[in-house]
Design a protein around this ligand. Sequence first.
Ligand SMILES: Nc1nc2c(c(=O)[nH]1)N[C@H]1C(S)=C(S)[C@@H](COP(=O)(O)OP(=O)(O)OC[C@H]3O[C@@H](n4cnc5c(=O)[nH]c(N)nc54)[C@H](O)[C@@H]3O)O[C@H]1N2
Ligand SMILES: Nc1nc2c(c(=O)[nH]1)N[C@H]1C(S)=C(S)[C@@H](COP(=O)(O)OP(=O)(O)OC[C@H]3O[C@@H](n4cnc5c(=O)[nH]c(N)nc54)[C@H](O)[C@@H]3O)O[C@H]1N2
Ligand SMILES: [Mo]
Length: 693
Amino acid sequence: MTDHATTVVRGACPHDCPDTCATLVTVQDGRATRIQGDPEHPFTQGFLCTKVNRYLERTYHPERVLTPLKRVGPKGEGAFVEATWDEALTDIATKLNAIRHSSDGPQAILPYSYAGTMGMLQGESMDRRFFHVLGASLLDRTICATAGMMGMRMTVGASVGADAEAIVDSDLILLWGTNTLTSNPHLWPKILEARAKGTPVLCIDPIRTRTAEQCDEWIAIRPGTDAALALGMMHVIFADGAEDREYLEHYTLGEAELRARAAEFPPSRVAEITGLEAERIRALARQYARAKNAFIRLNYGLQRHAGGAMAVRTIACLPAVTGHWRHPGGGVQLSSSANFAFNKTAVQRPDLVPPGTRTINMSLLGEALNAADAGVGGPPVRAMIVYNSNPAAVAPDFLNVIKGLQREDLFTVVLEHFRTDTCDYADWVLPATTQLEHMDVHWSYGHLYASLNTPAIAPLGQALPNTEIFRRIAARMGLDHPCLRDDDEALLRQSLDSSDPRMATVTLESLRTHGWARLNLPTPYAPFARGGFLTPSGKCEFFSARMQAMGLEPVPDFTPPAEFPEQVPDLAAKYPITLISSPAHQFLNSTFVNVGPLQRAAREPEVALHPRDAERRGIPEGALVVVENDRGHFEARARVREGIREGVAWAPGIWWAKLSPDRRNVNATTSQRLTDMGAGPVFYDNLVQIRLQ
Ligand SMILES: Nc1nc2c(c(=O)[nH]1)N[C@H]1C(S)=C(S)[C@@H](COP(=O)(O)OP(=O)(O)OC[C@H]3O[C@@H](n4cnc5c(=O)[nH]c(N)nc54)[C@H](O)[C@@H]3O)O[C@H]1N2
Ligand SMILES: Nc1nc2c(c(=O)[nH]1)N[C@H]1C(S)=C(S)[C@@H](COP(=O)(O)OP(=O)(O)OC[C@H]3O[C@@H](n4cnc5c(=O)[nH]c(N)nc54)[C@H](O)[C@@H]3O)O[C@H]1N2
Ligand SMILES: [Mo]
């Protein structure tokens, strides 16, 4: 540090990613000049991803929204004029109060948010209080992870799993439905460390992703069939007598039922379901059983199918069958989120929700905006306040969502950094601060460190933190509950006011000093080494009485995708290709799509397909194609490649519709069906046809 005006500010990456990096932001004369990963943070390891390396470019982007914007053209056109905060707040307060006091009442107002920022403050604090005091509809935030979360909850009891840092000591690594190098890149150096000691790394994915390419083996499973593979592995393990009898006896519930179910899945049957060779299934099972502490890294890809929760649940049984939980580095990890015990009750005040308030599933936004009674009883949705989300791009069944957003009688307010697709339908766009400009505190879903984000620079233009925007709207509406006046510092303190022993190391003092803190858990952490499962029985529940009570199959099973060709032969004759639209390397969901170098690196909306599928349709490499089904269609550039299963296509990333050739994106083809548990979307359970444009 040579210049006196130069400081380095500790921060946290706010994005929806398991890695939740600790950042160091260099500030010179009030301007951020550099962002880097904290070299001391054990998971960040001093590097940032392709996207967040461009965070300053995104923050200072010439197209940042820096004043309130009022719509002047028709909805969807994107014509706005600048306005003052005073004009914006007056109009918004007047409109929301009119709805609140109308016969429809406050439940006609819908919040819509997800994880644009994962921060405790800017993501889920004052906003919740505001909507709770107002009595607005509640939002069920299902769009990403609820199916998998339920699968874990029913089996091991919570979103808790093997400690990612302990993977370095694992003796077998299965990357199962996860594109690690893209979606969880900071795990990769740890995987390489294990591999240097001789640990094999296998990838189970219908697509030969950049991760699969680096692995010792790519196991090209058919989409949505993972539960069958796991049951086939158990079949072989039980048949060989390779299970851990002692672990099973002490720490699991329903062994007999699981054995009986696994018996129904011999490798020959599993081969038919999964499209893998029976011999390969046997070998995988034996390799797994021989290992002592195999690490299964699941991510969310395989739960975006109708049987997604069951798939996660079934795979999560494997380490209990073989006793791999006994050793650090052994087990399954989907998420580490339930280890964090921030005081959400204090921060969000669920006690203020009026009794009987309805809940609307965010994955059914199209339905909610178009149904007279929002599909769940109660008044139609007359106003929607969107923040930390871009539903016009990310929600399933795009055409229905757009039809809803286009309603002239819907009052829409969007808090944003940029004029996203959703903003084009807004009555008001309000300028929000980025992570460099506001305070926040973060948990993680991929490791065990909490982190503090200290603002590095002053807000640009007239941008305000989400918390402050909700405080101001509340005040202008005349909502006078004192909790609506707490400032960010107070919210921060309340969030850390936790009596949970795991949070003992996560204090304001430790966070202010180091920027981050590991939860008060042993290092390395083996959560279920001696049982202690978080289920009602305290055991790993192969048999789930809770699922039985919900009317669901209580024992692990294979639940086929809703659009599984064998089950829907007529549909499959018309639409024979399963379309997976998983994350693009250069984007974070629909964030960063408008950042020049990242957009150029991602080129344009693309769809990769197998050479035989391409040939059959007369599609040459690079041709413009239409991807379609009965729900809708979108255009993309064909990429013909071997690295994909026949019958599967891959359209990476959630492009902004307005930056796409036909002003639509992949969600024009996805459905509003829901998963078996958790009421999540089934983005990859999606049959399409592809033809030359
Ligand atoms: N660069 C980048 N990183 C991201 C994101 C991003 O958009 N870009 N998004 C973030 C978010 S919100 C999330 S939730 C996570 C998601 O992180 P991941 O879960 O890793 O990502 P997905 O793409 O959902 O799934 C990963 C892989 O699952 C495969 N897959 C799809 N269906 C199946 C199946 O049925 N079985 C199996 N075995 N594999 C299947 C896909 O081909 C894909 O390669 O990533 C986060 N990180
Ligand atoms: N087809 C298909 N659709 C998908 C997926 C898929 O794999 N395929 N993935 C799904 C998944 S896993 C997820 S998690 C969802 C993601 O859906 P979203 O959570 O909506 O994610 P983003 O598209 O990144 O949009 C977040 C928006 O929040 C804004 N933002 C960021 N920080 C702040 C802030 O501090 N304040 C305010 N006001 N705004 C902020 C960003 O500018 C951005 O426009 O998409 C889902 N949709
Ligand atoms: Mo997600």
